[in-house]
Design a binder for this molecule. Structure first.
Ligand code: 26W
Length: 821
């Protein structure tokens, strides 16, 4: 009768002995190895299988419960998920990390030694992809019925190597040793159609559309169950892989062209082969459009199938289904749902449109113009002919509404149109996303304000109530509990573990800052984390850095707007001060960088080269030995972030005001007791509010001042002319001081700064240097510094992803928790 409870949810015990038995069993029967000569990787597989068995049981139970309770579900559509390693996360979320460690120990295996063998699931570029992973963790932890949909890329984010200081990309063959965390679902397959043409015909007085000919690819599901922390809820991330329709096209066989048959199969499977490594620049490539439609079509088909299978009507969709678009990458979903409702289910246009708008909502993650996706109409017409028609029709109805609201204003019609006619006819995906959604959100307060003021100004005039701000967050389960065991234990000892589910509890640490013993413990934790990072730097780069120095950290994608160059200019100026004997008592510093450049982003790669050239000079100059070092840690990913972040003293968040939508690294670093030096950009503004002005270093122009300066005519050369230290640093770069083997290497880079400087590096230089002096001064008073760093940790509760997700659940999705603890 009671469908949930006639299934025993936990037949497998999680005590040490049961785990031991599972691991041994998995090693022998799944991995196929004799415990006597199993490798460490074999043991890793075996432990992973032991965890997976327990996860999947809970998944089944959760699914039954959600079905029985007829919950509303949210589906998160994202091209990217930057998950990282799974084993420790799974064991900790399930609550048997310690038991597992003990079980392994009794079998002679050290858990610590095998976790590093797992490859990162790096199915994302940066902020947007990591946010998606944090959101999945939070949905499961808060017992919210939330499902991720994405692409199972065969190759994720490339591995970055450095050769003579330059980035070289290597493929990320992450599935090489198999993936114990996925469940292939060969029966969960959907056809996805490309190309061809549309035929119209009349059927009982209505026009129907048939999309005919073209190519078909099969999307096959791979499920990745995602366990919540501290409960028994397990949600699901479903990733789609492309498979050929038939293994081989029989026609070619009949024609005797065997090779051609194999080739076609391979070509259709390339759709899910590789993640585009672009962060913040749209790629107008056909394969990218096919990737987007491929995973969207499969996901929408799957969502509709589940909805109907559960016995709901299509009219009930907005009551049972919410779909979140993670940026515009999946925005074609709006046209796809319309197509399925109108062409396949024969709903009248207006009814289908009301359903569609009721279901979708859209998160914008960037204001950068080059990141805004547009597709040439002719490309969309060729690849997705029916969708192009549907977009025209959506636009037709929409523009009628615009004309009705702004009679006679033809300019606003052109500005709002989904089709950009000024640029050789392009489909503006952000416009499609706004028109087809009931809610649109920015990811920090300033970002949302700027969306309303600039990018979506006219939309905001039309539909002010559609826009909300939901500030990003991070999961404390990964970014504090797992990444920083020292700090975690110290916190638990004093305030218990409630903060793991309610990060605001960290404010209970505040009174402890007056406790010298606690401050000392806090310092010791940081010190040990710095030693751990120093070991990693030694091992990976052969560079010895001193944990006595301040660790000054900038870790993020390399992009001009993030202004790694500003940091470099400070490094050079500090270097010159030491050499000229002007540095005084300044504290020793290690400037640490990590981050990847998009392979086609020439200027970003040049910035990496420059950082390494500067590092080479600084690290070998006896005059600055013991005072200054520079390290570029290769291949920044979730795993290296987990080591770098807990070790940071200073967090560099120095983007040009108005360019960084939110930032989430800024939150991870502050939560782990790093002080921030930053501009009034993105979530830095809210971090300042939370931690207090005295506990953050703010410098530079604010977003309004940037606008004004640009409007009145920015002249970077004036700053060069009037600031001697700046001039000296720029001259050194330009004249080859750091690149003696190729003195002209950075000539055009410097020239660009002097003549264009789009991101106003020179305008903010002086204020940045002054703020860095204040940083130095405070750092030399270790006790004062530690107090402020602790206050950062204690006051970062607001930036929990659980608060973010609760806001989405309430304001956007209309879903509520369901489950047991
Ligand atoms: C189509 C190419 C492309 C690829 C990725 C364009 C744009 C993107 C993303 C929107 C870039 C991104 O990751 N944005 C970051 O999103 C984070 C999560 O909201 C924010 O914290 C960062 O500020 C924002 O840069």
């Amino acid at each position: 009768m009671d469908m949930v409870h006639d299934y025993d949810p936990t037949p497998l015990s999680c005590d040490k002995d049961a785990l031991k038995e599972s691991i041994r069993d998995g090693l022998i029967h799944i991995v196929g190895k004799d415990p006597l000569n199993a490798t460490r990787r074999d043991w890793l597989q075996a432990v992973s299988y032991a965890a997976r068995e327990r996860i999947i049981e809970r998944r089944m139970y959760t699914k039954r419960l959600f079905n029985q309770e007829q919950v509303k579900r949210v589906y998160y559509l994202s091209m990217e998920y930057l998950i990282g390693r799974m084993l420790v996360n799974s064991l900790m979320n399930l609550g048997f990390y310690e038991n597992c460690k003990d079980a392994l120990k009794e079998m002679g295996v050290d858990l610590h030694e095998i976790v590093g063998l797992e490859s990162d699931a790096a199915l994302g570029n940066g902020g947007l992809g990591r946010l998606a992973a944090c959101i999945l963790d939070s949905l499961a932890t808060q017992c919210l019925p939330g499902y991720g949909y994405g692409i199972r890329y065969e190759f994720g984010m490339f591995h970055q190597h450095l050769e003579d200081g330059e980035q070289v990309e290597h493929p990320d063959n992450w599935l090489r040793y198999g993936n114990p965390w996925e469940f292939p679902r060969p029966e969960k397959i959907y056809p996805v159609h490309f190309y061809g043409y549309v035929v119209e015909h009349r059927e009982r007085g209505v026009t129907r559309h048939h999309w005919e000919d073209g190519e078909e690819v099969i999307a096959m599901a791979y499920d990745h169950p995602t366990p919540g922390f501290g409960n028994k809820n397990v949600n699901n991330l479903r990733l789609w892989a492309a498979k050929a329709t038939r293994d081989f096209d029989l026609d070619y066989f009949n024609e005797g062209d065997y090779i051609r048959a194999v080739q076609e199969k391979i070509e259709s499977e390339t759709i899910s082969m590789v993640l585009y490594p672009n962060d913040a620049t749209a790629v107008g490539r056909e394969l990218r459009l096919k990737q987007e439609y491929f995973f969207v079509s499969a996901s929408i088909q799957d969502i509709l199938a589940r909805h109907l299978e559960l016995g709901y009507s299509l009219g009930e969709l907005p009551n049972k289904v919410a779909i979140q678009l993670n940026d515009t990458h999946p925005a074609i979903a709006i046209a796809e749902l319309m197509r399925l409702l109108v062409d396949q289910h024969h709903l009248p246009w207006q009814k289908a449109w009301n359903i569609t708008c009721g279901v979708f909502s859209y998160t914008n993650h960037t204001l950068m113009p080059e990141a805004l996706e547009t597709w040439p109409v002719h490309l969309m017409e060729r690849v997705l002919p029916r969708h192009m028609q549907i977009i025209y029709e959506i636009n037709f109805h929409f523009l009628n509404e615009v004309r009705h609201n702004f009679p006679g204003d033809n300019a606003i019609v052109q500005r709002l149109s989904i089709i950009d006619e000024s640029n050789g006819r392009q489909v503006r995906m952000a416009h499609l996303a706004v028109v087809g959604s009931h809610m649109v959100n920015g990811v920090a307060a300033l970002h949302t304000q700027l969306l309303k003021k600039n990018l979506f100004r006219d939309f905001h005039r039309l539909w002010p109530e559609r826009f909300v701000s939901i500030t990003n967050g991070i999961t404390p389960r990964l970014w504090l509990n797992q990444a920083n065991p020292g700090l975690r234990d110290l916190i638990n000892e004093h305030i218990g573990e409630d903060w793991l589910m309610d990060l605001q509890q960290l404010n209970k640490l505040e009174p402890l800052i007056d406790n010298p013993g606690f401050r000392e413990r806090f310092q010791q934790v940081k010190r040990r984390n710095k030693e751990r990072l120093a070991d990693m730097i030694k091992e990976e780069m052969g560079l010895t850095v001193s944990p006595d120095a301040m660790f000054d950290v900038q870790i993020k994608r390399i992009h001009e707007y993030k202004r790694q160059l500003l940091n470099v200019l400070h490094i050079i100026s500090y270097y010159n001060r030491i050499r000229d004997g002007r540095a005084g008592e300044q504290a020793p510093r290690v400037s640490i960088f990590a981050g990847k450049a998009a392979p086609s982003y020439v200027r970003a790669k040049q910035i990496i080269h420059l950082i390494n050239d500067v590092a080479d000079v600084v690290n070998h100059d006896p005059m600055v030995a013991g005072k200054q070092q520079v390290a570029f840690i290769p291949n920044y990913d979730v795993s290296s972030a987990s080591v770098i972040i807990p070790a940071a003293d200073l967090s560099e968040q120095i983007s040009t005001a108005g360019t960084e939508a939110s930032g989430t690294g800024n939150m991870k670093l502050a939560l782990n007791g790093a002080m921030t030096i930053g501009t009034l950009d993105g979530a830095n503004i809210e971090i300042r509010q939370a931690v207090g002005e005295e506990n953050i270093f703010i410098f530079g122009l604010n977003a309004d001042e940037v606008d004004h300066l640009r409007a009145e005519g920015y002249r970077p050369r004036d700053y060069y002319d009037s600031n001697e230290e700046l001039r000296q640093a720029l001259d050194m770069i330009r004249d080859g001081f750091f690149s003696p083997s190729e003195p002209g290497r950075y000539r055009d880079l410097v020239q660009n700064l002097l003549e264009v400087d789009t991101f106003m590096v020179l305008a903010d230089y002086e204020s940045y240097i002054r703020e860095q002096e204040r940083v130095d001064e405070l750092y030399r008073d270790q006790d004062a510094w530690t107090r402020r760093a602790m206050l950062n940790t204690a006051r970062m509760g607001y930036f929990s992803i659980d608060r973010t997700v609760a806001e989405y659940a309430e304001k956007v999705w209309g879903i509520v928790p369901e489950g047991w603890n």
